[in-house]
Design a protein around this ligand. Sequence first.
Ligand SMILES: Cc1cc2nc3c(=O)[nH]c(=O)nc-3n(C[C@H](O)[C@H](O)[C@H](O)COP(=O)(O)OP(=O)(O)OC[C@H]3O[C@@H](n4cnc5c(N)ncnc54)[C@H](O)[C@@H]3O)c2cc1C
Length: 432
Amino acid sequence: MEDLDHDVNVAVIGAGWAGMAAAVALTQAKIRVTVFEAARHLGGRARSVEIEGIELDNGQHIMIGAYRETLRLMRTVGADPDQLLLRQPLAIEYPGKFSLRAPRLPAPLHLLAALLTAGGLTWSERLAAMRFMTAMRSNVYRIAADMPVSELLALHRQTGALARYLWEPLCVSALNTPAVSASAQVFLNLFRDALDGARANSDFLIPRTDLGKLFPQPAAAFVRANGGSVLLGTPVRTLGKAPNGFVLDDRPVCYTHAVLAVGPHQLDALLDRFPLLAPTRQSLAAFAYEPIYTCYLQYPRDVSMPQAMTGFDGGTIQWIFDRGRLSGISGLLAAVISAGGAHQYVSLDALASAIHRELAAFLPRLPQPLWSRVIAEKRATFSCRPGVARPENKTAVRNLYLAGDYTASDYPATLESAVRSGVLAARLVREG
Ligand SMILES: Cc1cc2nc3c(=O)[nH]c(=O)nc-3n(C[C@H](O)[C@H](O)[C@H](O)COP(=O)(O)OP(=O)(O)OC[C@H]3O[C@@H](n4cnc5c(N)ncnc54)[C@H](O)[C@@H]3O)c2cc1C
């Protein structure tokens, strides 16, 4: 505490991954920070939840090797990614239909080998994929005008199994927006970082433990151990300007800086006393959102999938994660459905039954689940379409910053964009 800079006193509002990243980066810079979180738990849209006495997540998450800031900050707070994440080379498996595995070869040979050995692609599709990747590389992954991913794929003849099992699933999983409406430029940004860097950047990193332990909980411990505060169950309802900073509700403390790390749909009320921020409020009002549904199904302990992550197509399920293989909870499967669709219009019980039937068609003699639970995150992320006007971290009000997965960046709404945004907000505070 004695080491802390006494002239600066930062309020971070929101203890999701962006808010906690900002708080950790500020703490590292010896800046006093208080985090205010409305919920009684940390992590926001990537949090632990207890279901049937088991610590699970509000939604199955996956990272990639290119998430450099997330991995760096995990290490900073003592959460070892090598222990907590299952690292596996890029592998997409639709049993009996499509299979692609990147061998442990230096980039870009790993991708070349993956395409050459992929099951379920014709030779002309393999060549088309290589031509597409070469064309994107020679344009440095930039397109003159943004367009939907499906248009970009059609322009480059990425059709048939290539589109259905490779590009479209990667798009909806990464951008949480279907290829027909997703931003091709944001897709290419991820493509560049994941597929055109070091081989390890394309690795899938699948949590072996619940999300709280990956970052939010060790981050809060780090902040508290170094003189900061993290207050749970403490919503901030109004933000006002004081001569030397900001006041939150009717608290007697004045904060020199405020980092607003709430979700984009939660920001409006905190900005309404700042006329200068009317344009930001307008651009946020234009955001559309996409859901993510996760259905946990607990089967008897001997039920398992052939791999940790399996693709499904033609029905409701997009991916099945075998939590037995990942975190040792045998018989527990997590079905993930990203973006909007018909599944939103049936009851959660009917959805769980439909998912069980799809699984039963795949796993012969599958018994009824012992229990199942659907978690519907209706505003999981903003819809990442061409032309979304994302606000900068720095606002028109001095010493007031935004942080979150939705701020201006190369990336779609992900853990990495949230963490990068939090780190950037902290840097802006430091640089004044
Ligand atoms: C089901 C699901 C699956 C996902 N899968 C993936 C994935 O596989 N890979 C990936 O990279 N990303 C994934 N994402 C996206 C990722 O979780 C988000 O991009 C990220 O968690 C956003 O973090 P954030 O800190 O920007 O916002 P949030 O997590 O929304 O944090 C905002 C916080 O602010 C708090 N708050 C709001 N208002 C107030 C207030 N007035 N006062 C105090 N506190 C307030 C909220 O309670 C919340 O804790 C997924 C998201 C969901 C929902």
